[in-house]
Write a new protein. Sequence first.
Length: 194
Amino acid sequence: MPPAFLAAVDALRSARLRPELEVEATRPPQRLAPHAYALEAAVVDGEDDLADGRLVLLHDPAGHDSWQGTFRLVTLVRAELEPEMAADPLLPEVCWSWLTGALDARGLSYGEAGGTVTRAGSHYFGALSARRPATQIEIRASWTPREWRGGIPDTASHLMAWGDLLCQIAGLPPSDLSDAAVVTLPQRRGPQVS
């Protein structure tokens, strides 16, 4: 394993995250890059998972043209929403700004950010008709963390920014309550049955 990749993974493992986040290593994808490390996380409140996601660190020592670097972070973040909130036409733009805002708030340097914001609705029928309609928001994104200190990106800070995004999409207030400009989604706690 390249020393730069091992150092980046060690930084991920040592990151200090909010207590609402439950994070664990998971099997990384095998074909996206020569080296990969993956984490999955959930924002937990009691018995309820308010949001969940996955963050994958990719490393190609030879570099990758589309990344414009040797490291890449790839994520999937999702949470359930109230149907009224999901109908907001600006929701995709707002959710994307949460990702870039989380990175910017930590002063992180990154490039080549791209992704999608998807909202999906479920309506239940037959034996499941007692359930209320459900709407889920999903952010799929990737970005290149800029390298520093010996060609190693500050992956711990990128993970903390990603954790901030997860908590925000779950409807939790920012850990730094002095940021009054931050808007969060209302919490949806567990399955809703009428």
